[in-house]
Design a protein around this ligand. Structure first.
Ligand SMILES: [Zn+2]
Length: 157
């Protein structure tokens, strides 16, 4: 049904596979990527640190379970990232740029202003709508666009 408020679960379900594909692409750049990983940022960092070291990865990209549950309720999804070189700000920014580009390549609407202290925000509802506009089958039916002002032929209806 068209016109109802976008349910969080619907938006999350539509956005999630795209995030998954973006993560898959990012793994090729030697980044450890985990969806709904660990409970919070502190635990996630503690768990990712040895993984990054063991695999000699450049860094890690993830969102944790608390991010996930908020995302499932329809809020924006925050993607977190870290560079293996903890004080290497250039490395952090490079990873952030890659994450943003990979998410955008999947058609997601992303907000991040290159501030390495900030998580990368996937605008859940905007991303959902962006996907909807590309799919003609999900457009509202039964209502013609208003062409009367520019197309006199339409005025005879
Ligand atoms: Zn925790």
């Amino acid at each position: 049904m068209y016109g109802r408020d976008l349910a969080g679960e619907d938006a999350a379900d539509a956005v999630r596979p795209k995030v998954n594909r973006a993560f898959r692409a990012l793994r090729k750049g030697n980044l450890i990527c985990r969806m709904s990983f660990s409970c919070c940022m502190g635990c996630a960092c503690a768990e990712l640190d040895p993984m990054v070291k063991a695999r000699k990865a450049r860094g890690a990209v993830y969102f944790h379970k608390q991010d996930d549950s908020s995302f499932r309720k329809g809020h924006d999804l925050y993607i977190r990232y870290a560079s293996a070189g903890k004080d290497d700000l250039k490395g952090w920014k490079a990873i952030g740029d890659e994450v943003k580009a990979a998410l955008e390549a999947e058609g997601l609407v992303v907000e991040w202003d290159s501030d390495v202290n900030m998580a990368i925000c996937v605008k859940t509802k905007e991303s959902y709508r962006a996907g909807e506009q590309k799919a003609p089958t999900s457009r509202p039916v039964g209502r013609k666009p208003k062409l009367r002002l520019t197309d006199p032929a339409e005025g005879r209806e």
